[in-house]
Write a protein that binds this ligand. Structure first.
Ligand SMILES: Cc1ncc(C[n+]2csc(CCOP(=O)(O)OP(=O)(O)O)c2C)c(N)n1
Length: 302
């Protein structure tokens, strides 16, 4: 049965995000699924400024600002405090960018997951430190131009492959790990709903295209997000208690089409594109193998 998107809006208009901001849509959909009994913790990032200055607010749920490195610690404390006060039914959500997750916040995230707190950690992945001017992060993909990997004569684009935090979370044994993106809101909301059923740590990495930092026109956010999935660059999956499911098969869209939708990749040679394709193909192969192994393991148990 097709899932209907909840009508309730817990994010109001009038915020200060840029036109076409994928991170803003990500928050909107996540809150639609979580509902009113939710507390959000946000570190230094675009989302720390999107609500605007006091007395403005954009969210109709409580929001806590936390130091850049501390989202994992913050949600651990919020969870324990709410539980002590008998508010076990409240959702506690860390909502952090890729810099705050893949880099400076990684140890706090890993600690929170390891301690097994009943929390959500949403990584909105716009693939660079956008709020401070598009610096590269560990989650920036190979080949991307950023302000710290400027493409001048020496072609100084990012030379390392993307660090994929969702895969790290799987390796750590987190019970619920998923990826999502804004072009597929039903898929995202279904995943948040499924995550709610797990009592323990939950991690969702949401690809959130950024027109300013990826250099594309702001009405193309959904198109770019969809191309990321269809080209196989950003696979959508759900991993629940050791069982992998790839939730959207990539359609035959060339990676070149995805890359050419953003100016941050405009300098790339065919050889560079091959590097990205090889990395994406190998990862997709790994995920499908995990899915196959999950299916055969459950067949053995049945
Ligand atoms: C310890 C510390 N170092 C640096 C900063 C400056 N700073 C604020 S936001 C930000 C970028 C955040 O990037 P990311 O986590 O990717 O989120 P985005 O801005 O893309 O939403 C930085 C470096 C800070 N606030 N605290």
């Amino acid at each position: 049965m097709p899932l209907s998107i909840p009508e309730q809006e817990l994010m109001e208009p009038g915020h200060t995000a840029c036109h076409g901001c994928g991170a803003t849509l990500s928050m909107r959909y996540v809150l639609k699924a979580l509902g009113k009994n939710t507390v959000v913790s946000v570190p230094a990032a675009c989302w720390a400024v999107i609500p605007g200055a006091m007395p403005n607010r954009t969210l109709d749920v409580p929001m806590v600002y936390t130091p850049f490195a501390a989202t994992g610690a913050s949600i651990s404390g919020l969870r324990e405090a709410l539980d002590i006060r008998g508010k076990e039914d409240y959702n506690v959500v860390g909502f952090a960018g890729d810099g705050g997750t893949a880099d400076i916040g990684l140890q706090a995230l890993s600690g929170a997951m390891e301690r097994g707190h009943n929390v959500f950690y949403i990584m909105y992945d716009n693939e660079a430190y956008m709020n401070t001017g598009v610096q590269r992060s560990g989650s920036t993909p190979y080949g991307a131009e950023t302000t710290t990997t400027p493409v001048r004569k020496e072609k100084n684009f990012k030379k390392q492959q993307k660090k994929i935090v969702a895969d790290l979370m799987i390796a750590q044994g987190v019970p619920y790990v998923a990826t999502a993106t804004v072009a597929y809101p039903e898929d995202m909301i279904r995943k948040v709903n499924n995550a709610k059923k797990i009592k323990g740590p939950k991690f969702i990495q949401i690809l959130s295209p950024c027109p300013v930092g990826w250099y594309f026109s702001s009405e193309k956010t959904i198109e770019v997000s969809r191309l990321a999935v269809r080209s196989g660059v950003f696979p959508l999956f759900e991993y629940v208690n050791g069982v992998m499911k790839v939730t959207k098969q990539p359609s035959p869209v060339e990676i070149k089409e995805y890359l050419s939708s953003q100016r941050r990749f405009s300098h790339m040679s065919d050889r560079d594109i091959e590097e990205i394709k090889a990395y994406a193909d190998a990862r997709m192969h790994r995920l499908l193998e995990m899915e196959k192994n999950s299916a055969s393991a459950s067949a053995v148990q049945n």
